[in-house]
Write a protein that binds this ligand. Structure first.
Ligand code: TYD
Length: 141
């Protein structure tokens, strides 16, 4: 069973609560913009521009990616189609549903990629082999 890739991710624009002191962005779990309880956060920084990270899909975890500093690109792949999203604003989030293959790349030297995750870390729910992923998404076709 293959879901439409455009139903599996969403670009989010958080409100920017700015005043003369600077900007502030809030991401609250179980809200309209973050449709899951936030059980884990991690952030990725210091990756060279030629590095490709991610390269996995998750059986259960949903994510929201935010480049709180700098820029990066995310390639999304549902086994049939791909989409590329550039994260380039601290108020911009990318929601990624379960079972979507993702590559993060093209990191700027100042990139800090913050990730909100719906689940605690569990290595067994990461699918890190692309052929296994393709078999899983195509098994009901
Ligand atoms: P990895 O999933 O390869 O990072 P990315 O997808 O961002 O490229 O994770 C790198 C290492 O960190 C790997 O050994 C697993 C470990 N890790 C945890 O222990 N907990 C976590 O929440 C994450 C995201 C990774």
């Amino acid at each position: 069973m293959n879901r439409n890739i455009d139903d599996m991710y969403k670009l989010i624009e958080f409100d920017e609560l700015g005043d003369e002191r600077g900007n502030l962005v809030v991401a609250e779990g179980e809200s309209e913009l973050v449709p899951f309880k936030i059980n884990r956060i991690f952030y990725i920084y210091g990756s060279d521009s030629e590095v490709v990270r991610g390269q996995h899909a998750n059986k259960y975890t949903k994510f929201i990616l935010i480049n709180v500093s700098g820029t990066s690109k995310v390639k999304l792949d549902n086994g049939h189609e791909t989409r590329i999203v550039e994260l380039n604003k601290p108020k911009m989030g990318l929601y990624i549903d379960t079972m979507l293959w993702k590559d993060m790349y093209d990191f700027s030297s100042d990139s800090v990629l913050l990730v909100l995750a719906s689940e605690h870390y569990d290595a067994t729910e990461y699918i890190r082999d692309y052929n296994t992923y393709l078999q899983m998404v195509n098994q009901d076709d």
